[in-house]
Design a protein around this ligand. Structure first.
Ligand SMILES: O=C(O)c1ccccc1NCC(=O)[C@H](O)[C@H](O)COP(=O)(O)O
Length: 210
């Protein structure tokens, strides 16, 4: 089965179009002002408008005020929300929209128990990322994939330090529903590189052709 591919942290419509053309299944828009990949609502509207059919738009938030999430939803027709902070299941569900819950993997965290709390019709998966003190995500750091359980009760989205040289190995080892990348397809922090995106996608799709 094909592993879905999400490219996170798009910041302009042209790169979004090129990313879709390269074969991405989804793009991520970061609504988190401290991030170098942060987008304003007006730009997010333009990016989503530029996407072809069947390429999903994912809006990423980190412990945001619910009112801010609603103000984004009022303007930007997002397909999926991604909560990348300490949001509770109740917080995530209040928008009545499908979402991913991100967690940062640590050896002392029981991932199955964590995921179990989110299981319902709206939660479409658990995105696993590296734990880096003081930075909620998009760090380019990988973590030990052996820490991932085989019996997670929700689809797994693997992220954290993926790039074209490790994504094939990651897919073969972890067998995730999807992979998610940001730093690994950039020429510098926050600047996406279309050649790196294409190479990443080719490598991620290799597994489907084996
Ligand atoms: O991208 C960011 O700047 C960001 C900031 C705060 C929370 C999450 C963020 N990105 C989340 C993503 O979905 C990334 O793809 C994921 O963390 C993996 O990032 P990377 O290791 O850079 O590929």
């Amino acid at each position: 089965m094909k592993t879905r591919i999400k490219i996170c942290g798009l910041r302009d419509p042209e790169m979004a179009k090129l990313t879709a053309k390269a074969g991405a299944d989804a793009i991520g828009l970061v609504f988190y002002p401290p991030s170098p990949r942060h987008v304003e609502i007006a730009m997010a509207e333009q990016i989503v408008a530029a996407l072809p059919a069947f390429v999903s738009s994912v809006g990423l938030f980190v412990n945001a005020d619910a009112a801010f999430v609603r103000s984004v939803l009022a303007k930007v027709p997002l397909d999926l929300l991604q909560f990348h902070g300490d949001e509770t299941p109740e917080y995530c569900r209040q928008f009545g929209r499908p979402y991913l819950k991100a967690l940062r993997v640590r050896p002392d965290l029981n991932l199955v128990e964590y995921a179990q709390r989110f299981v319902d019709a709206l939660c479409k998966g658990i995105l696993v990322d590296a734990f880096v003190e003081g930075v909620p995500g998009g760090t380019g750091e990988a973590f030990d994939w052996d820490l991932l359980p085989k019996d997670l009760p929700l689809p797994l989205v693997l992220s954290g330090g993926l790039h074209s040289d490790n994504v094939y190995e990651a897919i073969c080892k972890v067998r995730p529903w999807a992979v998610d990348v940001s730093s690994g397809v950039e020429s510098s922090k926050g600047i996406k590189d279309v050649a790196k995106i294409a190479t990443f996608i080719n490598q991620a799709e290799r597994e489907a052709h084996d």
